[in-house]
Design a protein around this ligand. Structure first.
Ligand code: 7TS
Length: 417
């Protein structure tokens, strides 16, 4: 047992934890909550919860229409959140930030607008073997309708993306749609190598940032991605709000996705002209509270500093990998070095079923996810049907990792491993 790696960020984590009301709660069995499922969804700080209640209690009104005071306040707060997100991701302009429901909707928006306009028979769509179902299934649907073809970048023995045949796979590829961080193996995908090569080959690049945006500093201009998809709920914001970043020229040329109120400039019974960006892609009444909550979440993350967030998670992941290696019969999947991964660790323990493991851990107050984590094809490639997965965030402590290990050792005794 390692008695805790020296870790300069420890005091700060304790201060962070105090901002998350749920972390002070106990399970029905009286156990302190050890939340290790942040890759599924993050917990929410008090400032986000307050921003949402404040909206409903003080200035609830629909946006972009009312001329009265609270309607204007609601519109201003919602648009201020968009502006904050634009700065956070370093978009060239606030208009390039489209609010969606989540990363899944962001990817579907690109698929059904840009994708169906630009991809046809024989065109390549290049993914990695790491992708979440959200970044596979839309392209399969498109391929089935258009005759476009899915291709995949393979993985090495540590689950890192192999780039040796990148140039070859880019030939005839019109879209590269890849995750930045794997939600299962934790692999960080080398966008700095893939994006320039994709552009040189004439391909457009969509990045699924669901597991990256919450955990590291993301600069969409420096990355030079064409589209970037984000889920708010994984980065301290409420559920039901996400972002699609897109380069302005691409967004302007794209047809609308959903049609209805708010996305129009002028409608007659015969025809419609569309609103300008970003509202062209935001039909119907928006998730106003969600947008305002996302603004508060971004503000909170800015206050923490994304460089610290990443440093904290690398330290935690390194510690978790060392400690998990001590547990008998346990196999962790993905890159060996913490620096090459996000804060997730998927593992199996002997032939114990991951769901049984998760249930035993639950009795100890330790929340992990078990299953295929919406990466069934990846699990199949690893020869697995399911894994158990612990995932970390800004409020996770070394003590949480210790609690995980202790609960796993207990499970090993129960399974007589
Ligand atoms: N892309 C990646 C890489 C993800 O990890 C997820 C969600 C999504 C897309 C979809 O996000 P959504 O907010 O649109 O649903 N991943 C997980 C997970 O790992 N456990 O629960 C959800």
């Amino acid at each position: 047992m390692i008695a805790g790696i020296p870790h300069a960020t420890g005091d700060k984590v304790e201060r962070v934890r105090a901002d998350f009301p749920i972390l002070a709660t106990r399970t029905s069995k009286g156990k302190p909550l050890v939340y290790l499922d942040s890759a599924a969804t993050s917990q929410k700080p008090r400032s986000v919860i307050d921003a949402i209640s404040h909206y409903y209690e003080d200035y609830n009104a629909n946006i972009h229409r009312g001329v009265y005071e609270i309607a204007e306040r609601a519109t201003d707060a919602y648009e201020a959140a968009r502006k904050r997100a634009a700065v956070f991701f370093n978009a060239a302009s606030t208009d390039e930030i489209i609010f969606t429901r989540n990363a899944t909707e962001s990817i579907n928006l690109v698929c059904y607008t840009w994708g169906f306009e630009h991809l046809g028979a024989g065109d390549g769509i290049l993914l990695t073997r790491l992708e979440h179902h959200s970044n596979i299934v839309p392209w399969q649907l498109l391929a089935a309708k258009t005759g476009a073809e899915l291709r995949f970048l393979e993985l090495d023995e540590q689950g890192r993306v192999a780039l040796d045949d990148l140039e070859q796979k880019l030939q005839g590829t019109k879209l590269v749609a890849i995750t930045q961080v794997s939600n299962t193996l934790g692999t960080i995908v080398p966008l700095e190598q893939i994006v320039p090569a994709a552009h040189a080959a004439g391909a457009t690049v969509l990045v699924d940032g669901a597991q990256a945006a919450p955990h590291m500093s993301v600069d969409v201009q420096a990355l030079d991605v064409d589209f970037y998809a984000v889920s708010g709920h994984k980065m301290l914001a409420p559920t039901g709000i996400g972002i699609l970043y897109g380069k302005r020229a691409l967004l302007e040329a794209m047809p609308p996705f959903l049609a209805g109120g708010d996305m129009i400039r002028r409608v007659t019974y015969d025809r419609t002209t569309y609103n300008e960006l970003p509202w062209k892609f935001e039909a119907g009444t928006s998730n106003i509270a969600g947008g305002i909550g996302l603004g508060a979440a971004v503000e909170y993350l800015e206050g923490l500093d994304m460089a610290w967030v990443r440093e904290h998670e690398v330290a935690l992941t390194a510690y978790a990998l060392e400690r998990l290696a001590e547990v008998p019969h346990l196999t962790v999947y993905g890159p060996k070095r913490a620096e090459e991964r996000g804060g997730v660790a998927a593992f199996t323990m002997g032939d114990a079923h991951p769901h049984d493991l998760a249930s035993i851990l639950d009795a100890e107050g330790v929340c992990i996810r078990a299953g295929h984590h919406c990466t069934m094809p990846l699990h199949e490639r690893l020869g697995l049907t399911a894994t158990a997965r612990a995932s970390f965030y800004v409020y996770t402590t070394f003590a949480d990792v210790d609690a995980l290990i202790e609960a796993l050792e207990k499970a090993a005794r129960i399974f007589k491993l």
